[in-house]
Design a protein around this ligand. Structure first.
Ligand SMILES: Cc1cc2nc3c(=O)[nH]c(=O)nc-3n(C[C@H](O)[C@H](O)[C@H](O)COP(=O)(O)O)c2cc1C
Length: 233
């Protein structure tokens, strides 16, 4: 059964499944393709910089300002095993449970300012070497809109998963942000992780399911919206 849009929005919630032992690998198959296709319907204002589309830089050459790197269950188990004991927090436990984990990145524009005027970029030897986690991307309107568009794509995927009854979780990523993990997964270093998206099975055996802390503290729309009345009739 597929939830309607309002129900999917209302039902989406953070669910983290933590498993001590690897859960059986299920194949999301065609559903995963559907989720990615729906993610790709998000609005975006500007094409990503051509540098992200160069053959030597990336295999994925779409104009969208995001990239989704998908690990299915068997790859989640392998990565979880490799990260276990590496001060990886809860990530290995979630990789032991997930049917899929998607690293969603956004694509910053190369800096336009001379590196000397952007302190964090002063050491950069090439335009793109500036884009590591230890440096700051330029605070431009274009970059803000790239992040916004990538966020919309992520939310599309989470809602589509919820509509299909798939428990999900948007994580900042923790250890998955590290250059070592990017290298292991073949993610270009000029991409910036926006979310590690976990999709969990409905049968979680004896694993633990945990919700979020902020959800109960949501406020009604009147606390974060206002009507601007300019005195018209
Ligand atoms: C950009 C972003 C990053 C997030 N990263 C984390 C995270 O690292 N750890 C975590 O517990 N929740 C994370 N969350 C989930 C939020 O904690 C959660 O959405 C919020 O508490 C509201 O709960 P709900 O999703 O159940 O409505 C993240 C959410 C967003 C939008």
């Amino acid at each position: 059964m597929l939830l309607d849009t309002d129900s999917a929005i209302q039902n989406r919630k953070t669910i983290k499944v933590l498993a001590d032992k690897d859960l059986p690998c299920s194949d999301l198959g065609e559903v995963l393709h559907q989720l990615l296709a729906l993610a790709g319907m998000a609005p975006f204002h500007r094409a990503c910089d051509p540098a992200h589309r160069e053959p030597e830089e990336a295999q994925q050459r779409g104009i969208e300002p995001w990239r989704f790197h998908v690990l299915e269950a068997d790859s989640c188990r392998i990565l979880g095993g490799e990260l276990a004991g590496e001060q990886a927090g809860k990530i290995p436990s979630m990789l032991a449970a997930a049917d899929a984990m998607i690293l969603a990145t956004w694509l910053p524009n190369p800096p336009t300012a001379p590196s000397s005027t952007v302190p964090a970029m002063a050491e950069a030897e090439t335009r793109f070497s500036a884009f590591s986690e230890s440096s700051i991307f330029e605070p431009t309107l274009a970059n803000m809109e790239h992040i916004a568009a990538a966020s919309a794509a992520i939310q599309n995927l989470l809602l589509a998963a919820t509509a299909r009854g798939i428990a999900n979780y948007w994580s900042s990523g923790g250890v998955l942000r590290s250059p070592a993990v990017f290298k292991r997964l073949g993610i270009p270093s000029q991409q910036i992780l926006l979310g590690a998206l976990f999709l969990f099975p409905s049968d979680i055996h004896d694993a633990q399911a945990v919700g979020s802390k902020l959800r109960p503290h949501r406020t009604p729309a009147k606390h974060w919206s206002r009507t601007v009345n300019l005195g018209g009739s």
